[in-house]
Design a protein around this ligand. Structure first.
Ligand SMILES: Nc1nc2c(ncn2[C@@H]2O[C@H](COP(=O)(O)OP(=O)(O)O)[C@@H](O)[C@H]2O)c(=O)[nH]1
Ligand SMILES: [Mg+2]
Length: 307
């Protein structure tokens, strides 16, 4: 676990150059909080993908402190910003990805390359280690390689994979998988999905159909629709979130590649905008490179307090 957090900090220390380090640089040029410093801070927050709404609110909090509590010390400003950011992250709540019903069905959605299949492998490893019987459904039938990749994860982990030939109907795979999951007493069924069809409209229609079929076989399912986003993509991650939240019934997020990004600030924007939980963050390509999202650790890393 310590290793994982180190890597989170390793990854975010690049964000630190982007955020914590830049804020410190800005502060060092001013001996008191003034208009000019606040403008610099605003620019830094905006360009670190935290988002306009959060930035405005953070600055308003600082401004209030300056006005009503005679805050002048730039060093104290960081504490206020950090506390505000933590409050903002609390909006995502502390709901966890739990296996409540058997089978619990989790659909994993997102565009190509963000890390859906890898995240499913990591989740399978994690929940299996917790003693749950896990099954995988190869619902990305658009690319042959996707089914093979999932099958490899299944073999490596000793977890059954339900799969059909390339080009098969994704909802038929989901149907088979739900039947198999019920027949075999599976606790957790993780359903992989395509990230690209010929158009976005086709993709959303396919996801909707997969959802409907799952719900027909297992009433109340899917219990979760997890959107996977690549932290490196910054603002793009947000527009992807909009599309999938609007059309695919997203219940929570996984942010991947936090080991290799300078743009970790986008997580704040995501939570601010959609107020859904970030269940996990991805920190590498291996089965163990997945850790529950921890707001305190994240903010500490973002502000460069981790080392
Ligand atoms: N560094 C890093 N690479 C990742 C992470 N998650 C996935 N990847 C890599 O991203 C690439 C795309 O992943 P994949 O699971 O195939 O994406 P999918 O198209 O959404 O299913 C692969 O090379 C993965 O190994 C992560 O958290 N960190
Ligand atoms: Mg995939």
């Amino acid at each position: 676990m310590a290793g994982l957090f180190k890597r989170l900090f390793g990854g975010l220390s690049k964000s630190r150059t982007a955020l914590g380090g830049r804020l410190a640089d800005a502060a060092s040029g001013h001996d008191r909080i003034d208009e000019a410093l606040l403008e610099e801070v605003e620019e830094i927050l905006i360009t670190s993908d935290v988002g306009a709404a959060a930035t405005t609110r953070f600055l308003k909090t600082v401004d209030n402190e300056v006005r009503y509590n005679r805050l002048t010390d730039p060093a104290r400003m960081w504490e206020i910003l950090r506390d505000d950011m933590l409050r903002s992250l609390a909006r995502c709540g502390d709901r966890k990805l739990t296996v409540s019903a058997s089978p619990t069905v989790v659909m994993v959605v997102g565009v190509n390359g963000v890390g859906k299949t890898t995240t499913i492998g990591k989740l399978a490893a994690r929940y299996k280690a917790e003693g749950h019987k896990v099954m995988l459904a190869a619902g990305d039938t658009f690319r042959a390689a996707a089914g093979e990749q999932l099958t490899l994860w299944g073999q490596r982990l000793g977890v059954e994979v339900v799969r059909q030939q390339e080009g098969a109907d994704a909802s038929a795979v989901a149907y088979d998988a739900c039947q198999a999951a019920m027949a075999r007493g599976v606790d957790l069924l993780l359903v992989d999905t395509a990230g690209r069809l010929h158009t976005n409209v086709n993709l959303m229609a396919e996801l909707e159909k997969v959802r409907r079929v799952i719900g027909k076989v297992i009433p109340g399912a899917p219990h979760e629709v997890v959107l996977v986003l690549d932290a490196n993509t910054g603002q793009n991650a947000l527009s992807q979130a909009k599309t999938f939240v609007d059309s695919a019934g997203v219940t929570g997020f996984v942010l991947t590649k936090m080991d290799s990004t300078a743009r970790g600030g986008v997580l704040v924007n995501l939570v601010e905008t959609y107020q859904r939980p970030v269940y996990f963050i991805g920190l590498g390509e291996q089965a163990e490179d997945l850790t529950p999202f921890d707001p305190e650790g994240y903010v500490a890393a973002l502000f460069g307090e981790a080392e």
